[in-house]
Design a protein around this ligand. Structure first.
Ligand code: SB7
Ligand code: NI
Length: 184
């Protein structure tokens, strides 16, 4: 079972590395890694289990955060319509995106960052993504709203990018024209 002690924190070099493509079909060890990452998210979202093990709530987790430098992540959240977005991604990529940006009004946080960093993280409002699931099947999805934000936060982890890299130091709350606010 993955715990907070297994999550590496800012300053660890793996968080700044470009993660490696995963050979397909995924081997049993990679499938097992994804399963334990998904289990971690489920536990982090369970009030009783998260309290018992001191796990911070999370809607996504990327393999580099458990010091596995491979292009895989999991996400698990409900959108504003209550629709579930429960995915495991291998070798994910954005194939197209809107010009329009969106941002979380509350800013972003990260399980690998133990401080709160004020400022807006502006990301593509809508994305079309491709990748492979844990069975090695191709997946293609269109995402918007919170799921699109989470996907981009996780994809960044595979490229050594942290959410605060996107925050303008001088003007952390400066918005691009037409950026769509997302409440969460
Ligand atoms: C806010 C939080 C997350 C994504 C986008 C906005 C996920 C936080 C958990 N993680 O650190 C996953 O990388
Ligand atoms: Ni993160």
């Amino acid at each position: 079972m993955l715990l907070m002690k297994d999550i590496i924190r800012e300053g660890h070099p793996t968080l700044r590395r470009i993660a490696k493509e995963v050979p397909l079909p995924p081997d049993p060890a990679d499938i097992e890694t994804l399963k334990s990452m998904k289990e971690f998210l489920i536990n982090s979202q369970d009030p009783v289990i998260s309290e018992k093990y001191g796990i911070r709530g999370g809607v996504g987790l990327a393999a580099p955060q458990i010091n596995v430098s491979k292009r895989m992540f999991v996400m698990r959240l409900n959108d504003e319509k209550g629709e579930e977005h429960d995915y495991s991604f291998i070798n994910p990529k954005i194939v197209s995106h809107s010009v329009e940006k969106s941002y979380l009004t509350s800013g972003e946080g990260c399980l690998s960052v133990d401080r709160s960093i004020p400022g807006y993280v502006q990301r593509h409002a809508r994305i079309t993504v491709k990748g492979y699931n844990e069975k090695g099947e191709e997946i293609k999805l269109r995402l918007r709203g919170l799921p699109a934000i989470v996907f981009q936060h996780e994809l960044d982890h595979l490229n050594g990018v942290m959410f605060y890299d996107h925050i303008d130091e001088k003007n952390p709350f400066q918005l691009k024209e037409g950026a769509i606010p997302i409440e969460n």
